[in-house]
Design a protein around this ligand. Structure first.
Ligand code: CUA
Length: 325
């Protein structure tokens, strides 16, 4: 398996810093968005300077210049024709770019991501659009190959955004939107919900892990095989508890009795880089904290706090989660 070249243990780190991710593209689709951003920043700067000069002339210029500035020609050209031309050109450019970011060519990897309060359901699809593999909160993609992501929502409007790899697209209940991603380099890339969807909106993150193409093939082949069954004593106890305390009603672990689908799929939770949809690094301590009291970490998420579980029970559950790779 390809170890990602950079760690995403801190999603906040992946999304902040200098240059800001939106100006630090790592693939062709984010590249075109960044070009648009620079043109907008440059254009806005020129217009700002122009307005400052006009204000200076209006306040301190000679009578002749001030008369010209207040004339009909200036209003017609700079108040009407220039703004209309600039906006029309930007619209045409934006729409053309949008087409490139959303149309399917045929050689892409197909995925579907659906937004949920406050996590992401992830599906890997075959060429016909059927689900090959289900996962949550982490997308694994091959380097150098475009990925088409179909986007839906299961509750309210969310927005899918991996600034270094592509544009930003809303997930709207009842419709399917589409966006293309591509990574030029192996590594982990932070993503974030970009549409206010409730109190914990800012804690709705995810990670995209880009692997070299051959590594990605191996990764997928391993994912399509059943999980190993030899569990430690602790993990085995955790597996029993998982069913007894009700985890299995909401979560699925492939190949077991746990087939709930209203919460994130946990079949491979032990191999994820983050917990709680991109907000915590995945360690024994954060697993225990999340299971015992996720409400104090991400308020109003749909998983109840399990404050009645004892320390050794939480430890056993976390041990079972860690075994799910
Ligand atoms: Cu989901 Cu904001």
């Amino acid at each position: 398996m390809s170890p990602p070249t950079s760690s995403s243990s801190s999603l906040a780190e992946a999304l902040s810093g200098w240059p800001p991710p939106v100006l630090d593209p790592h693939g062709p689709f984010s590249n075109s968005v960044t070009t648009l951003a620079w043109v907008l920043i440059g254009g806005a700067t020129l217009i700002f300077i122009g307005v400052c000069v006009a204000m200076w002339v209006a306040l301190y210029g000679s009578d002749e210049l001030r008369a010209r500035l207040g004339g009909e020609r200036v209003v017609k050209w700079f108040g009407l024709i220039l703004p209309a031309a600039v906006l029309l050109l930007l619209l045409a450019w934006g729409l053309t770019m949008m087409r490139g970011l959303t149309t399917i060519q045929g050689d892409e990897l197909r995925m579907r991501v659906s937004g949920n309060i406050y996590w992401w359901r992830v599906s890997y699809l075959d060429a016909a659009g059927r689900e090959l593999h289900a996962d949550a909160n982490e997308l694994h993609i091959p380097v150098g190959r475009p990925v088409v992501v179909d986007m839906v929502s299961e509750d309210v409007i969310h927005s899918f955004w991996v600034p270094k790899l592509g544009g930003k697209m809303d997930m709207i209940p009842g419709r399917t939107n589409r966006l293309k991603l591509q990574a030029d380099k192996a590594g982990s890339y932070g993503g974030q919900c970009a549409e206010f969807c409730g109190g914990a909106h800012s804690l709705m993150g995810f990670v995209v892990v880009a692997h070299e193409a051959a590594d990605w093939q191996r990764w997928l082949a391993a994912r399509l095989k059943p999980l190993p069954v030899n569990l430690s004593v602790d993990a085995l106890r955790g597996k029993q508890l998982f069913n007894e305390v009700g985890c299995a009603a909401c979560h699925r672990v492939a190949g077991t009795d746990a087939q709930g689908i209203s919460g994130p799929d946990l079949t491979h939770v032990g191999s994820r880089q983050s917990l709680g949809a991109g907000i915590l690094s995945n360690t024994r301590a954060t697993l225990i904290g999340w299971i015992g009291d996720s409400q104090s970490i991400k308020p109003n998420n749909r998983m109840p706090a399990y404050r009645s579980l004892k320390g050794d029970e939480l430890n056993a559950l976390a041990s079972y989660m860690e075994s799910l790779k």
